[in-house]
Write a protein that binds this ligand. Structure first.
Ligand SMILES: Cc1ncc(COP(=O)(O)O)c(C=O)c1O
Length: 377
């Protein structure tokens, strides 16, 4: 049997979605909207198909899309990036992160990962013969455990750090002080940073996402990953982008050219046209999702769940007094209450169970309402 990942099975998201279908439950498990992207975006995609944009795009990405991204980075983060040499379009952020790790991690290199963590990080390190060093954020606050990170860096020769902000699944976001702390504890080290900022447009309560791109201290050693799936309600299009200085971008592209080569042309064209047509769409996302977050949190108050604070992303964590094992509890919810959620133990390599579950609120109001009615019973 040839397996480099013998311990890895089907992801919990796919499992819970399959169970949601089996039991005809409402799927608040997997992180995707159940509504369509804006009509104009779909029209641009369709127009691209009809007008013959059906062949390979340039390997690093369709240039007008990279130019739109550069504009966005400047207006949002005051960061000037060169569309030619510092932006790469990828098949989702998951592929970008995998390719970065493949390009930069050599056998035995250690990668620090904060848990709970998006489930691709650890396996991507392992399959490239790297060593994940897991540092746990303590529940229920899920504050960044600076002392533990400092200790891990002192005890291990950390080559890479993979950091996610806004955070899936906790919904926590980083402050400027958090970044300053990171700069302070890593300043004498040669660490490569992978900043996963796929939820950068989803931050609530009048707060603003602070990107790693805003700190010159990180620039030379960082990849920063974003995803259109989260911003245009198009997770199925799998179009994302990574920003990095030219040397790092070249390393990423070495892998990218042989694994993906190029991302679908009509989707890239449509994204570029839509950014030009409605530049404010992305800026309106926080307000759009904040209404849903508030609606869901208010509804949860009438159930036996207690929600943890959600500052960003489209996930809410919740506790329940009957939850003694989060996986069993989610199985019970999907079978008996017809609502699918994700057990947080799925975000820990050792299946540590903080007895907390995750709901995704990127759903239409009627679906959220139906789910809340079921959860109230
Ligand atoms: C933290 C995080 N990073 C990356 C991704 C993947 O993004 P994409 O769909 O662009 O691959 C997700 C998707 O759920 C995510 O939650």
């Amino acid at each position: 049997m040839y397996s480099k990942l013998p311990q890895v099975g089907q992801s919990i998201f796919a499992q819970m979605t399959a169970l949601a279908n089996q039991y005809q439950a409402i799927n608040l498990a997997q992180g995707f909207p159940n509504f369509n992207p804006p009509d104009a975006l779909i029209e641009f995609f369709y127009g691209a198909l009809k007008s013959g944009m059906n062949q390979y795009a340039p390997m690093p990405g369709y240039l007008p899309l990279r130019e739109q991204i550069a504009n966005r980075m400047y207006s949002r983060y005051n960061k000037t990036v060169d569309p030619q040499s510092e932006i790469t379009i990828t098949t989702g952020a998951t592929q970008a992160i995998y390719s970065i790790i493949s390009a930069c991690i050599s056998p035995g290199d250690k990668a620090l990962i904060l848990e709970p963590a998006y489930d691709s990080y650890g396996p991507s390190v392992l399959v490239n013969s790297g060593i994940p060093i897991y540092v746990r954020m303590d529940e229920p606050s899920f504050d960044i455990p600076w002392q533990k990170i400092k200790d891990a860096i002192q005890q291990n020769d950390i080559k890479v750090m993979i950091l996610n902000n806004p955070h899936n699944p906790t919904g926590r976001i980083w402050t400027r002080e958090d970044y300053m702390k990171l700069i302070e504890i890593t300043k004498d080290k040669k660490i490569l940073f992978i900043f996963d900022e796929v939820y950068d447009a989803l931050v609530y309560d009048g707060k603003k996402h602070i990107s790693a791109l805003e700190f010159p201290e990180f620039w030379e050693n960082s990849f920063v990953c974003f995803s259109f799936g989260k911003t245009f309600h198009t997770t199925g299009w799998k179009i994302a982008y990574t920003i990095a200085p030219i040397d790092l971008t070249n390393e990423l592209r070495k892998l990218h050219q042989f694994t993906v080569f190029s991302v679908n042309t009509p989707g890239q064209y449509a994204n570029a046209k839509f950014m030009e047509y409605d530049p404010d769409f992305i800026n309106g996302l926080s307000a759009f999702y904040e209404v849903k977050r508030n609606f869901f949190l208010e509804g949860l108050k009438e159930t036996n769940f207690s929600a943890l604070p959600c500052e960003g992303s489209y996930f809410v964590l919740a506790q329940h007094e009957n939850c003694v094992n989060d996986e069993a509890f989610c199985h019970h919810l999907v079978k008996d209450k017809k609502v699918a959620a994700v057990p947080i133990s799925a975000f820990y390599h050792d299946r540590y169970d903080p007895k907390i579950i995750r709901f995704c609120f990127a759903k239409t109001d009627d679906l959220l309402e139906s789910a809340l009615t079921l959860l109230k019973e």
